[in-house]
Ligand binder design. Structure first.
Ligand SMILES: Nc1ncnc2c1ncn2[C@@H]1O[C@H](COP(=O)(O)OP(=O)(O)OP(=O)(O)O)[C@@H](O)[C@H]1O
Length: 582
C-alpha cells in the first residue's frame, strides 16, 4: 500500500491522467450496463417495475427517445465502444508512462551517484549499479503500472457496486463483505509473493555485482583455469534465484487457481438466495448476478494486480534507497569563485587521512604555471591521492590548496575541473569508437579537436593506419588495442578540451621506450602552454620534468629544478624504494 501511495505521489500528474481515463472507461461500461435491466424487461415482455429501470426509461423519454429493444441494444454497444476507445488511449498512456518512470528512476540514480563524494562512489559495486539501472528500474516501472491498475480496478469496483446497490443493496453489501473476506484469506499468498520478490531483488544485486567482477577479470581467471570457480559461485546464486522465482510463480498460480472456484461457489449461493429466499424476478436476478460476478471478478483481478505489485515493489525501494543514500553523500560544493590559472598552484601544510590512516601529515608543494612537475615516491605513499586533492575529489583535513592564491574550497569546483585534463592510472576505454572515446562528456568538441589531441598524444600515426581511422571500435574496455595505444588515447582524451592543468597518473607505464620518449617530448612541449603534474615511476618522465618532488612520510621534498642528464631524483627514488623493501 505504501508503495502504491508513493508511486502516486512521485508521479502525480501521470497517475492522475491514467486514473481519470480508466475511471471514464469504467463509467462508460457501467452506464451501458444499467440499460440491461429495461432491455431484459422489454425482451421478456414484462413491465418495468424497478426504480433504476423506471429512471432510465424516464431519461430516454425526456430526451425524446423511445426505449425499444433495438435502441437499448445500440446504446449498450455504443457504451462498450466508448469504453474500448478510452481504454485504448489509456493503455497507450500507461505504456508511455511506464517508459517514462523507468527513465526517471534510472536518471535519478545515475545523477545522484555521479554527484556523490568520490569516496562514496568508490565503494559502490559497478555490477549493482548496472543491475539497478537495467533490471530494477524496469521492474520498478512495471510496479508503477500495477499500482495504477490496482487503483483503477478499485474505482471500477466502486462504480459497479454503486450500480448494483440500486438493484439490491442487501446482495451488494453481502457480496462486498464476502469479497473482502476472500481478499483477506488469500492475502497470505500476496505476502509470500512479496517475500519472494524481495529475495529476487537481493539475489539479482549480488549476482550481477559478482558477475561484473568476474567478467572484469576473466582474462586472468581463464589463463589460470579458474573460470570454473566463478561458474560454481554463479551457479549457486542462480539456483537461489531460481528458487525465489519458483516461489513467486507458484504463489501467483495458487491465487489464480483458488480465486475462481471460490468465486463460482459465491455466485451460486447468491443466485440461490436471490431466487429462492428473496424471490426476486428473473431479469433482476440475472442483472444482479452479472453485476456481482463482475464486481467480485474485479476484486479478484485487483488482488492479482496487487500481488504483481508486491513482486516488483522491492526493486523500486532498492532503487530509491540507493539514490537517497547517494544524495546524502552528495559532494559539497561551497565555492562560487571563477578559477584562473595564471600564476600557479600551492599546497600548504596539507594533512589528509583515509578514515584513520594518515597519508599526508604536512605536505607543501609549489607548482608554477607552464611547468612540468613530476611526483615520485614508493607505492602507496599517496601520489594518486595528491592528484585527487588537486581535482577536489578528496578534501584535506587541514592545510590549503591555493589556485592563483585562491583557496580551492572557495572556487566553483565544476569550473575548476573543466580546466583540468586528467589521465588515470587504469585506462578504461568505452566500448565505442576512438572518436567517441575522446569526445565523451564534452559535446562541444569537433573532429578537428580530436585529431589535434591525437597528434599531441602521439596516437595519430597508428590510428590513421586503421582501416576505419578514428571510427575504429576499441572493444570492451579498449581490449582490441594494446596497452600503450589505450594510454595514448586516454592522453588525447585529456588534451582534447585544451585544459590549463594536465594531471597524469603513471602516463607512460604501458608504453615501449620509443612511445614513451614521444610522449615525454610532447609533455615537454605542452608544458610551454599549460601546467603539467605527472605521477610516475618511469625514469623517462622524471628526466623530462622541470621539477621533481618525492613523497615520503606524509611530506614532499623538491629534488630538482631542471632536468639534468643524471637526475638525482632517480637515485633518491631507488633509495626510497629500497628502504620500503627492507
Ligand atoms: N579510497 C580509499 N580509501 C581508503 N584508503 C585508500 C583509498 N585510496 C587509497 N587508499 C590508501 O591510501 C594509500 C595511498 O594510496 P595512493 O593510491 O594515493 O598511493 P600511490 O602512491 O598512488 O600508490 P601506487 O604508486 O601504488 O599507485 C594506500 O595505502 C592506499 O591503500
Amino acid at each position: 500500500m505504501r508503495t502504491l501511495i508513493t508511486y502516486i505521489m512521485v508521479f502525480p500528474k501521470r497517475s492522475a491522467f491514467v486514473l481519470i481515463a480508466l475511471l471514464l472507461a469504467g463509467v462508460a461500461e457501467a452506464l451501458s450496463l444499467t440499460a440491461l435491466l429495461p432491455l431484459l424487461s422489454i425482451a421478456v415482455g414484462e413491465s418495468i417495475d424497478s426504480d433504476i429501470g423506471k429512471f432510465i426509461v424516464q431519461i430516454f423519454h425526456r430526451v425524446g427517445i423511445e426505449p425499444t429493444l433495438e435502441f437499448i441494444l445500440l446504446f449498450i454497444v455504443s457504451g462498450m465502444l466508448v469504453k474500448g476507445c478510452i481504454l485504448l488511449l489509456t493503455n497507450r498512456q500507461v505504456g508511455h508512462t511506464v517508459a517514462h518512470v523507468a527513465t526517471a528512476l534510472r536518471l535519478n540514480l545515475i545523477e545522484a551517484l555521479l554527484a556523490s563524494r568520490w569516496q562514496y562512489y568508490l565503494r559502490q559495486p559497478v555490477g549493482a549499479l548496472a543491475n539497478s539501472v537495467a533490471t530494477e528500474a524496469y521492474r520498478a516501472a512495471n510496479g508503477f503500472e500495477h499500482s495504477v491498475n490496482v487503483l483503477a480496478l478499485a474505482i471500477e469496483v466502486l462504480v459497479y457496486s454503486i450500480v448494483a446497490l440500486f438493484i439490491s443493496w442487501e446482495a451488494t453489501l453481502g457480496s462486498l463483505i464476502i469479497g473482502m473476506i476472500l481478499f483477506m484469506v488469500l492475502h497470505r499468498l500476496v505476502r509470500a509473493t512479496k517475500r519472494a520478490g524481495t529475495k529476487q531483488t537481493q539475489l539479482l544485486r549480488h549476482l550481477l555485482t559478482y558477475l561484473s567482477d568476474v567478467l572484469g577479470s576473466v582474462k586472468s581467471l581463464k589463463a589460470m583455469a579458474r573460470d570454473n570457480v566463478a561458474d560454481a559461485i554463479l551457479h549457486d546464486q542462480t539456483q537461489q534465484l531460481e528458487k525465489a522465482t519458483r516461489k513467486e510463480v507458484t504463489n501467483r498460480a495458487a491465487l489464480l487457481a483458488l480465486q475462481e472456484p471460490i468465486l463460482a461457489a459465491l455466485t451460486a449461493s447468491g443466485l440461490y438466495i436471490a431466487l429462492i429466499v428473496w424471490n426476486l424476478s428473473l431479469p433482476e436476478v440475472m442483472v444482479m448476478v452479472f453485476l456481482l460476478t463482475r464486481t467480485l471478478g474485479l476484486l479478484n483481478k485487483m488482488q492479482r494486480r496487487y500481488q504483481q505489485l508486491a513482486v516488483q515493489e522491492s526493486a523500486y525501494w532498492a532503487l530509491r534507497h540507493a539514490a537517497e543514500d547517494a544524495r546524502k553523500e552528495a559532494e559539497r560544493t561551497t565555492g562560487t569563485l571563477t578559477p584562473t590559472l595564471e600564476r600557479g598552484l600551492s599546497l600548504r601544510h596539507i594533512a589528509f587521512y583515509y578514515d584513520q590512516k594518515p597519508i599526508f601529515k604536512d605536505l607543501s608543494i609549489e607548482v608554477p604555471v607552464r611547468s612540468f612537475t613530476a611526483v615520485i615516491g614508493s607505492s602507496g605513499v599517496g601520489k594518486s591521492t595528491l592528484l585527487d586533492l588537486l581535482c577536489g575529489l578528496a578534501e584535506p583535513k587541514s592545510g590549503e590548496i591555493l589556485v592563483d592564491g585562491v583557496a580551492l574550497h572557495n572556487i566553483d569546483l565544476r569550473q575548476w575541473r573543466h580546466m583540468i585534463g586528467y589521465v588515470s592510472q587504469d585506462t578504461v576505454l568505452l566500448h565505442d569508437t576512438i572518436l567517441n572515446n575522446i569526445i565523451v562528456g564534452e559535446p562541444t568538441l569537433q573532429a578537428e579537436d580530436v585529431e589535434h589531441a591525437l597528434k599531441q598524444a602521439g596516437a595519430w600515426d597508428f590510428i590513421s593506419a586503421f582501416p576505419d581511422g578514428i571510427h575504429t571500435i576499441v572493444g570492451e574496455r579498449g581490449g582490441l588495442l594494446s596497452g600503450g595505444q589505450r594510454q595514448r588515447i586516454a592522453i588525447a582524451r585529456a588534451l582534447a578540451h585544451r585544459p590549463k592543468l594536465l594531471l597524469l597518473d603513471e602516463p607512460t607505464s604501458a608504453l615501449d621506450p620509443e612511445s614513451e620518449r614521444v610522449i615525454c617530448e610532447t609533455l615537454q612541449k605542452l608544458a610551454q602552454e599549460l601546467t603539467i603534474i605527472a605521477v610516475s615511476h618511469q625514469p623517462a618522465v622524471i628526466q623530462a620534468a622541470d621539477r621533481v618532488f618525492i613523497l615520503s612520510d606524509g611530506r614532499a621534498e623538491l629534488l630538482s629544478n631542471a632536468h639534468p642528464d643524471a637526475n638525482p631524483a632517480l637515485s633518491e627514488l631507488d633509495a626510497a624504494q629500497g628502504e620500503e623493501t627492507i
